[in-house]
Design a protein around this ligand. Structure first.
Ligand SMILES: [Zn+2]
Length: 282
């Protein structure tokens, strides 16, 4: 499969991508994390980085990776797909997947925590044993580097039988990273076409995973309450051309007593967009 061909070449694939999401119930709890706070003037990404320490739950290695200093970068907007947009073209999303440089164990920062003995054994045998290192990133993280770390996180999440919501969330993040990467690439870059295709694949997988998670897991899910997830899924469904699904999900948001005014406003805008598109196609 194209999307994971690079990690396959590294000998780290071996995951059936048609079977990423499972029926299971099981472990792991997500703690909500908050994003960024204000501060003025044009900034450079390298100026807001610092070395964050981690201890690998698989090999106990202590290591440092670059991270964005919380509070140093202002969130300026969210695009229609809910992707957060930050000031000065700084993209904190690139720093959200952590890879142990020694054994390769990878996860999103919020899920980088102890695992069970069974998970540890599987990850060691089926993942770390094949890990031969990844290219180091000097200074700012590249989109390629970030995508690679997210793919490794996805594979590790499958190996430790993580919740469907976590795996779906990694796909969503990858789609956002590909969008950010596309915005950075020149219009005539030869890799654009492939990236657009991969972005779509990630959106498809994210939607599939959140669908599997929705009725079986408890909220908040990946830091999202039920209405935020409903709206996110509506956005994904719309992107995939599943208009009826999108409309149904939006109706749930608009008819809800608990949804915030902000999320209802967004839902109304998307509902109008869909209505116009459907009219135009008649
Ligand atoms: Zn490790």
């Amino acid at each position: 499969m194209g999307l994971f061909s690079d990690v396959e070449r590294m000998g780290l694939g071996g995951v059936d991508m048609n079977n990423v999401f499972n029926e299971g119930k099981k472990q792991t709890s997500a703690s909500p994390s908050e994003l960024e706070q204000p501060k003025e003037t044009e900034k450079k990404e390298e100026d807001v980085l610092f070395d964050k320490s981690y201890q690998c739950p698989i090999c106990d290695n202590n290591f440092k990776v670059k991270a964005i200093r919380t509070g140093k970068v202002k969130l300026v907007d969210q695009d229609e797909e809910l992707r957060p947009i930050y000031e000065s073209h700084i993209d904190p999303l690139k720093y959200d997947a952590v890879t142990c440089p020694r054994c390769g164990y990878s996860a999103l920062t919020r899920y980088y925590k102890p695992v069970t003995t069974a998970q540890l054994r599987t990850i060691r045998q089926e993942f770390c044993a094949n890990f031969k290192g990844i290219p180091e990133e000097d200074g700012c993280m590249s989109y390629r580097g970030a995508l690679l770390r997210h793919k490794l996180s996805l594979i590790c999440a499958v190996k430790r039988n993580a919740k469907n919501s976590e795996k779906a969330y990694i796909f969503l993040k990858m789609a956002w990273l590909m969008r950010g990467y596309l915005e950075e690439l020149p219009a005539d870059d030869a890799t654009r076409e492939e990236l657009i295709q991969e972005e779509n694949e990630c959106i498809q997988k994210a939607y599939e995973g959140f669908q599997a998670a929705f009725s079986k897991e408890t909220f908040p899910m990946c830091g999202m309450d039920e209405m935020s997830l409903r709206y996110t899924m509506a956005v994904l469904a719309h992107k995939l051309g599943k208009m009826e699904d999108a409309v149904r999900l939006l109706a749930g948001v608009l008819g809800s007593k608990t949804a915030s005014a902000r999320i209802k406003d967004k839902a109304l805008v998307l509902k109008d967009t869909i209505k116009n598109e459907v009219m135009a196609n008649k």
